[in-house]
Ligand binder design. Structure first.
Ligand code: DAH
Length: 503
């Protein structure tokens, strides 16, 4: 069990169901583009490894199964890492031709303004029954094309240079005729383009930045998922950048066979809701979704048109470094590669979006000694999380914390004083463990944690790392005393849990 109580505390929040919450509004906006699809918004987040991984064809050695990436409840149960965990069961229930599942999902991950260990996804799928088509005297591909012709039309520019499938990169499944896969892909692409047009037109309406009539552009890129083939991601050109918005593909026939609906064929997609809501409203920090502050919540209404979020205040940041030697047994000389550029490099250059899974992935079989960008890209977590390019400008040192005006102490933040779960030092160092400890100590008072330096001692081969913690509350100014107390506790937990030696 590697799931802290702070993470379990998120389960009852169900943000995607809170009236007037931006995630609810985003969910409903998407749902409105899929009329007739059955919605499932209340599925419990603790699932079996079989639901989360096996049913979807994840290999046993897939990095997503590792304890460094996924919250385990026990060896056979996890907090779902994606809404796809419910695909097989929903296909088995066979209650509707189309469905949408919105839910909270959980991943051990980096800390920055676009990553939070709990976020929300929507899964969608549409299938057709070959036998039913046959009884109507039609091939299923024909039935699907008839449905394509009923979809709403749009007039945006779509770049789609990809063949319908590709024998090496994006194969047709052996159980599918080429014309079936082509019809499914056409229905998939048209449906998702329509959704994205709706979202981005709403976002444009909310933007005060003058983007006069710059027409919306979208493009399809080939992708890889263990549970679809062929697979794609949809990207949207938004404020000067191509943004990955969703992952999708033709549902693996093995999933439908196992779900006892072998005659059905169809498509599925998954989309991260925070990322869409952040774009729609211009929400700058993913922690805000969890805020109970009325200065945040009062800005959203299901009844009114979408309008841009107005940040209520920016409280001072406080940067503190922690440097340590890894245990020499961590075979530390290998594997490290900084997720963030060192502080000395240009703070204005965004790190390339390491999550992007725009090209087919070779799935790595083991997590590296130190989690790095490649591992993130190869994980099943790669698509559809939040995917906003990492924040910039936080690599310079120390805006001072103001000590004025703040009387709040540790007792108001029970997570700061909760007893540490006893954990044995793990065999290998993984950056996500640093992130988890920072979350446990700081809760939402940490904005960003980044590796700023690493160094291998030329004689001993021991590795030293330096992480820079950016302490900042979204709601108030932190006192020096409380940041110092958090930092001290972080330092000592790094030693206790990870066996590192502070420098
Ligand atoms: N589950 C994937 C993820 O979390 C997203 C996804 C990709 C869902 C393709 C799908 C799909 O249904 O077909 O990254």
């Amino acid at each position: 069990m590697n799931t802290p109580s702070t993470i379990l505390d998120a389960i009852p929040r169900r943000l995607h169901l809170q009236p007037n919450h931006p995630l609810t509004i985003t969910r409903k906006l998407i749902e409105s583009r899929f009329p007739g699809y059955k919605t499932h918004n209340d599925l419990f987040p603790i699932v079996t490894t079989s639901q989360n991984f096996d049913s979807l064809g994840f290999p046993l050695d897939h990095v997503g199964r590792s304890r460094t990436d996924t919250y385990y409840i026990n060896k056979d149960t996890v907090l779902r890492t994606h809404t796809s965990a419910h695909q097989a069961d929903t296909f088995r229930d066979n209650k509707s031709e189309g469905y949408l599942i919105s839910a909270d999902v959980y991943r051990r991950d980096a800390i920055d303004r676009s990553h939070y260990p709990v976020f929300h996804q929507m899964e969608g799928a549409r299938t057709w029954d070959r036998q039913q088509a046959g009884r109507a005297g039609k091939a299923v591909a024909q039935v699907i094309w008839d449905d394509v012709s009923k979809l709403p039309k749009h007039d945006i520019a779509v770049e789609d240079p990809n063949p319908p499938f590709h024998i090496e990169r994006n194969p047709l499944q052996s159980r599918h005729a080429a014309e079936e896969a082509e019809a499914i892909a056409a229905h998939l692409k048209r449906s998702l383009e329509d959704m994205v047009v709706t979202i981005f037109n709403a976002a444009k309406g909310a933007t005060d930045i003058a983007t006069p009539d710059e027409p919306l552009k979208v493009r399809w890129v080939e992708a890889y998922f263990p549970f679809t083939s062929p697979s794609w991601e949809l990207e949207v050109f938004w404020q000067g950048d191509w943004l990955e918005v969703l992952g999708c593909g033709v549902v693996s026939q093995a999933i439908l066979d196992n779900a006892t609906v072998p005659n059905r064929v169809g498509w599925a997609f998954g989309i991260g809701l925070e990322r869409i809501a952040m774009l729609l409203y211009g929400i700058p920090d993913i922690r805000l979704f969890w805020s109970k502050d009325t200065r945040f919540l009062s800005q959203f209404s299901e009844a009114a048109p979408i309008k841009r979020f107005v940040p209520f205040s920016k409280y001072p940041a406080c940067f503190k470094d922690v440097s340590f030697w890894l245990r020499s047994s961590s075979s530390a000389a290998g594997g490290a590669s900084p997720i963030h550029p060192p502080a000395t490099t240009s703070a204005a250059t965004p790190t390339p979006n390491s999550d992007s899974a725009a090209t087919p992935q070779t799935l790595s079989s083991r997590e590296p000694v130190i989690a790095n960008a490649e591992a993130r890209a190869a994980s099943p977590h790669a698509a559809t999380s939040t995917h906003i390019p990492r924040s910039t400008g936080t690599t310079t040192r120390a805006e001072p914390t103001s000590s004025a005006s703040d009387k709040e102490g540790l007792s108001e933040h029970p997570h700061l004083i909760a007893p540490a779960a006893p954990t044995q030092a793990p065999a290998a160092f993984h950056e996500n463990d640093v992130m988890e400890i920072a979350r446990e100590v700081c809760g939402d008072l940490v904005e960003d944690v980044r590796l700023t330096d690493e160094f291998v001692h030329p004689k001993t081969g021991r590795k030293s790392l330096c992480y820079r913690i950016n302490y900042r509350s979204l709601e108030r100014t932190l006192t020096n005393d409380e940041t110092n107390a958090m930092h001290e506790r972080l330092r000592s937990l790094l030693v206790d849990r990870l066996g590192v030696e502070l420098r």
